[in-house]
Ligand binder design. Structure first.
Ligand SMILES: NC(=O)c1ccc[n+]([C@@H]2O[C@H](COP(=O)([O-])OP(=O)(O)OC[C@H]3O[C@@H](n4cnc5c(N)ncnc54)[C@H](O)[C@@H]3O)[C@@H](O)[C@H]2O)c1
Length: 259
């Protein structure tokens, strides 16, 4: 069959993007915008409910189909309300983007000196949160005969320098394991690992020493824009990515280079 660019269309699909509401310029908002532009109806969900609604209003004003909602992804009851809202508003769920995370909120500490309470909160959001959202969304995807889960990890998972990195490594593990478990349901599960991105939070959480290291190692520009991740998301979310699962796509200008 000849290839058609329609394979990238998300017309008739329903997507949830978590973590798209707290800050002026965020990766989640760029993701929600890209999904709308490809034709999906999008539920924008964030701990900051007013922020999520503001992002959704902006998308709707530009002709997209979008709604905002408050969610705490570490709370199973709140996550359940989120998926029910998407189902009620748009008639199902096809795509889940697990993008919400604690990052800019974290003060750097060696893990040997990280209090258990801080460690548990980080894992509750960055690891358990993505699993809870997946567990809640998958029954709806099964009803649709398939689906897409895209987990936002990070190049920061690999240098072995932070509890945040460990949380993202765990999410890589969830990605590969869920990919195997959900393959028979025609649900693909992949991850995007960005390098340093010039979201508001990204700018606040990149110390000069880190940027200096990136300038010396990254093949292209050391810092990318949120919109530069959207092409990868649309590939993984659309029929064009139907045979891709269990993968981590590094969108980082050529920072993490592995054979
Ligand atoms: N900016 C970067 O350089 C960069 C690089 C690699 C990976 N990432 C990842 O990309 C994603 C988005 O990053 P961003 O730069 O747009 O940051 P951001 O802080 O703007 O986005 C994270 C969002 O998650 C939300 N959130 C936090 N806890 C939550 C909870 N319990 N329930 C629901 N929502 C919650 C926050 O309110 C915020 O809106 C994160 O997963 C981050 O780890 C960012």
């Amino acid at each position: 069959m000849p290839f058609s660019l329609d394979a990238f269309s998300l017309k008739g699909k329903v997507a949830i993007v978590t973590g798209a509401g707290a800050r002026q310029r965020s990766i989640g908002a760029a993701y929600a915008d890209g999904l709308c532009a490809a034709g999906a109806a999008v539920l924008v969900a964030d701990l900051n409910g007013a922020g999520a609604e503001a992002v959704a209003k902006e998308l709707a004003a530009r002709g997209g189909t979008a709604l905002g909602t408050q969610v705490d992804i570490s709370d199973p009851a709140s996550v359940q309300r989120m998926v029910e809202k998407a189902n009620q508003a748009f008639g199902g769920i096809d795509i889940l983007v697990n993008n919400a995370a604690l990052m800019v909120e974290l003060a750097y500490k060696p893990i040997i000196a990280t209090p258990l309470e801080e460690w548990n909160r980080l894992m509750a959001v960055n690891v358990n949160g993505a699993l809870l959202c997946s567990q809640a969304a998958v029954p709806y995807m099964r009803k649709r005969g398939g689906g897409r889960i895209i987990n936002q990890v990070s190049g920061g998972a690999y240098p072995a320098t932070s509890a945040y990195g460990i949380s993202k490594l765990a999410l890589v593990g969830i990605t590969t394991t869920l990919a195997r478990e959900l393959g028979p349901d025609k649900i693909t599960v992949n991850a995007i690992a960005p390098g340093n991105v010039a979201s508001e939070a990204g700018k606040l959480s990149a110390p000069e020493a880190f940027l200096q290291m990136l300038r010396q190692t990254v093949a292209l520009r050391p810092t990318g824009e949120p919109e530069e991740l959207v092409g990868a998301l649309l590939l993984l979310a659309s029929p064009a990515g139907s045979w891709i699962t269990g993968q981590v796509l590094h969108i980082d200008g050529g920072w993490v280079l592995r054979p």
